[in-house]
Write a new protein. Structure first.
Length: 661
């Protein structure tokens, strides 16, 4: 009996302990759930966002706080359709983590806030969720509670900042001026593509330049001080033996301070001015040539003065009765006597000869005639210029009996005058060409520079990507235009100095042609009204020629066609062609542009010729093409039916097709 009482007592104690444990576990779980709900509600109330509840038994979601879903709620399977297709796997992974027992989980997805309209009006949502499990087994999820944060503005701002950063980086990388940033200790942080080209970087992060500080570089040693940095602007010859740098550069170092006037970093600007220096030296050479021409003119003027003082002159007297003329080198001794008919035969045409035919009427007044004659005084077959001054004389009765005067051989004088005229005209034309060239270059270079500077200033004020893209495209086009102008000037300098050399090499011209037309296609296709047609009749055309010069001609042809063609097509092609019993390559560029009048076709390859002053350019491109054709032993020309009929520019050079490279 006592044993039974003990057993019953133990059973009661054990049962009480089990019930107590179950009660404590339930209280603890409810407490944790209350804490999680409190956290969610605290986030919601603090940040003014949304809270939704998803019942897994009913598979239905409803608003607990805010109006994220329709008032009646939404079916869970239907809600998946409003999540961006690219983000659904993220949301499913988020739900899977909660189902697997994660205390909480978080994800970011895009939600179509237009709901049933499905207008794809996406908003960025950050979702923080917890799960409520069934009290019976503690494993089966019953409800999900999600706090939703609208991150749309933040994400759009980050995207905009990222795009803006990318655009500025592209501008930095594509700048025509080398630029690098150094920290306040002078260590290189980054350098753009142009700077890496000028300084011959070996890789994007060349250890040679990144290990040296700005103050260690020989150019800035004893000039740039880290204690009191200031702007430095200089032109110098930069020589870095370790990287084979040997060029003339324009340099500027600009320290950058923060709002507290503390040094933050340095900016280094570098520009290769070697070619500009060559242009300057060439200009000085041209000025020296003009000075020599002026000295020659002064010399001719002195010679002319000497000729006037020591002219080859004869005295003459005519007798109308005898119809003869007597010439004297010395007044006392006649040098030659001849009849009027013989004298008339010496004259080339008109003038004094006509007067001798009717002397009484035509020579009764003083005459001064410049006449071209066969040699009167010298044993020569060359024609002479003689200036004849004739004065009538009378007998004692006042009757006209003849004339007297002087005959001056002014052949050398006329020749000097003609030479002086030619040299003066040449000097004037050289001066005019120089002035016209400088004025044209000033205008042509200033136009794209003004556009680049002006649009760069307004780029930061543009508010939409479309506006910024348009501004960047304008800046890029003007950079290309400026580069073409400088290339034309350098090519002209090479022509004048005799440095435009042709270096033939064996090459597959079919591949060269494809490469150059691919690069030109983008320029043509900027105008959707123009079709760019490429006619490459051969898969391979191996020959020996200067492919670089030929590409220069093709580029000039297509660039010129783009300027004058507004709609229709531009066709570029080539073929084998035999001329003058010699094999060669015929290249043509056909367009449906403005065309060229017949009277202007002969001058389009002259220097500085522009048929339309409103079209930008130097008027040098086609002239450079002609020089290349001449130096290659080839021919160049243009065919056009007239204004508005389009044009076909062609270029032929001798070369032979070969079988192998």
């Amino acid at each position: 009996m006592q044993l039974l009482i003990v057993i019953l007592t133990l059973i009661v104690l054990i049962t009480g302990m089990i019930l107590n444990r179950i009660t404590l576990f339930s209280i603890r779980r409810n407490t944790e759930r209350a804490k999680d709900m409190a956290v969610i509600m605290q986030h919601t109330l603090n940040e003014n966002n949304y809270v939704i509840k998803l019942s897994m038994q009913q598979r239905h979601a409803m608003n607990l706080y805010g109006n994220f879903l329709p008032p009646e709620g939404m079916n869970y399977d239907l809600s998946i359709d409003f999540i961006h297709p690219d983000d659904r796997h993220l949301y499913m992974e988020f739900m899977s983590q909660l189902v697997k027992g994660a205390k909480s989980s978080e994800c970011m997805f895009r939600w179509d806030k237009s709901l049933d309209k499905h207008e794809h009006n996406w908003m960025y949502i950050r979702d923080i969720g917890i799960v409520e499990f069934d009290e019976a087994d503690g494993k089966t999820p019953r409800n999900f509670y999600c706090t939703l944060y609208d991150e749309t503005d933040k994400m759009l701002l980050e995207q905009e900042e990222h795009e803006l950063t990318d655009r500025y980086r592209k501008l930095f990388e594509q700048s025509i001026v080398g630029q690098g940033f150094y920290d306040k200790k002078g260590c290189l942080l980054t350098a753009n593509q142009k700077m890496r080209e000028i300084l011959h970087f070996q890789g994007e992060h060349d250890p040679f330049y990144f290990d040296y500080t700005l103050f260690d570089l020989p150019t800035f040693r004893n000039i740039l001080y880290d204690k009191a940095p200031e702007d430095i602007y200089m032109c110098t010859k930069s020589m870095i033996y370790e990287r084979n740098v040997n060029c003339y550069t324009e340099l500027r170092v600009h320290p950058i301070y923060n709002e507290n006037k503390e040094l933050e970093m340095y900016t280094l600007y570098i520009r290769d001015v070697s070619q500009e220096r060559e242009l300057y030296l060439q200009q000085k050479k041209n000025e020296e040539q003009i000075q020599r021409t002026n000295n020659e003119i002064a010399k001719y003027e002195n010679e002319l003065k000497y000729l006037l003082e020591s002219v080859d002159m004869r005295f003459f007297r005519t007798s109308f009765a005898k119809r003869e003329v007597t010439l004297h080198k010395e007044m006392s001794v006649p040098e030659k006597t001849m009849g009027f008919d013989e004298l008339i035969a010496h004259f080339v045409a008109g003038g004094f000869a006509e007067a001798l035919k009717d002397p009484y009427e035509r020579l009764k007044v003083p005459q001064s005639k410049l006449c071209q004659t066969h040699s009167l005084f010298h044993n020569s077959d060359e024609l002479e210029w003689n200036f004849i001054d004739s004065i009538p004389y009378y007998d004692q009765d006042g009757n006209l009996v003849g004339t007297y005067g002087v005959v001056r051989d002014v052949t050398k004088l006329i020749q000097k005058q003609e030479l002086l005229k030619q040299e003066t005209e040449r000097a004037n034309q050289a001066g005019m060409r120089k002035s016209s060239f400088l004025a044209s270059m000033s205008h042509e270079i200033r136009t794209p520079l003004n556009a680049i500077v002006g649009f760069s200033d307004v780029l930061a004020t543009m508010s939409t990507p479309e506006e910024r893209d348009h501004i960047i495209e304008v800046i890029s086009n003007n950079c290309d235009m400026l580069l073409r102008l400088l290339n034309d000037i350098l090519a002209l300098s090479s022509v004048d100095s005799g440095d435009l050399l042709i270096r033939p090499a064996k090459t597959d011209f079919a591949k060269v042609f494809d490469n150059v037309t691919d690069s030109l296609a983008d320029k043509v296709e900027k105008n959707p009204k123009i079709e760019f047609i490429v006619d490459n009749p051969y898969t391979s055309f191996i020959t020996t020629l200067d492919s670089g010069r030929v590409q220069q001609v093709i580029t000039n042809f297509v660039t010129n066609a783009i300027k004058y063609t507004h709609e229709g097509h531009i066709k570029i092609g080539y073929m084998k062609q035999t001329r003058h019993k010699q094999e060669g390559l015929y290249i043509y560029c056909q367009d449906t542009g403005d065309g060229i009048a017949k009277e202007h076709q002969a001058m389009v390859f002259d220097r500085f010729v522009k048929l339309n002053d409103f079209i930008q350019g130097t008027g040098l491109g086609l002239n450079i093409c002609k020089v290349i054709a001449d130096n290659c032993g080839g021919e160049i020309g243009v065919n056009s039916e007239g204004k508005g009929q389009g044009s076909t520019f062609w270029f032929w050079i001798p070369c032979q097709e070969e079988t192998t490279m």
